[in-house]
Design a protein around this ligand. Structure first.
Ligand SMILES: N[C@@H](CCC(=O)N[C@@H](CS)C(=O)NCC(=O)O)C(=O)O
Length: 209
């Protein structure tokens, strides 16, 4: 019997969207559970490491909960052939995922800033210096190729697509100006969004933040 998957997170893209997109791209069904903050408060003590997202995998009569968004994304990527074709490609996928994690950390700095003034300063810096640095990193990875790693779409492509798609709604249009001006990355985003499963997902599951 096929495995049953449940992703639990908040009603946001955040750290769950790349795994959701992997299911969408491969047109594999999963349970998309989105908690309110009250529901989360009740559930938190029973969740491994006390944070979201988590993914429950039911297979062969056994239920396993995977926490840590990177572990979830990599699990799904390995299951569905989105992790490259050999050890070197796996590593290059990891390079992209770790780079996305570095960008996430920059974004979290804005969320956790102690006062509005610092928040505004960090937001202004995001579009001016932080994002351009990351855009250069991803531009170096993709160059004129179709995909970030190898000859097929991987979880790395979904991670880059997802984060840059979400950022404007959280940090303003200016935050991703440099990304929108990059021809190779725009072509890349178009390629990802034209995947049949992703197209369906984007049409049916608008994520607000
Ligand atoms: N390294 C963890 C970080 C998880 C994390 O920071 N989760 C946040 C949401 S993005 C969370 O659960 N916040 C609520 C809480 O800590 O109670 C991962 O990648 O999954």
């Amino acid at each position: 019997m096929a495995a049953k998957y449940t992703i639990t997170y908040f009603d946001a893209a955040g750290r769950a969207e790349v795994t959701r997109l992997a299911f969408a791209a491969k047109e594999v069904e999963f349970n998309d559970v989105r908690l309110t903050s009250d529901e989360w408060k009740k559930m938190k003590p029973s969740v491994p490491q006390g944070q979201l997202p988590i993914m429950e995998v039911e297979s062969g009569g056994k239920k396993t909960v995977i926490c840590q968004s990177g572990a979830m994304a990599r699990f799904v990527a390995r299951e569905f052939g989105l992790y490259g074709k050999n050890n070197m490609e796996n590593s290059m996928v990891d390079v992209a995922l770790e780079t996305i994690e570095d960008l996430f950390k920059e974004l979290i700095k804005i969320y956790t800033a102690s006062d509005e003034k610092t928040k505004d300063e960090l937001k202004a810096e995001l579009g001016k210096t932080v994002v351009p640095k990351f855009v250069k990193n991803f531009e170096d990875m993709i160059g004129g190729k179709d995909w970030i790693v190898g000859s097929d779409m991987t979880i790395a492509d979904l991670a880059v697509f997802s984060l840059f798609k979400t950022m404007p709604s959280m940090f303003g249009e200016d935050s991703t100006k440099c990304y929108r001006e990059n021809k190779n990355l725009q072509a890349h985003a178009k390629r990802v969004s034209e995947n049949k499963g992703i197209k369906k997902w984007l049409a049916s599951q608008p994520v607000k933040k």
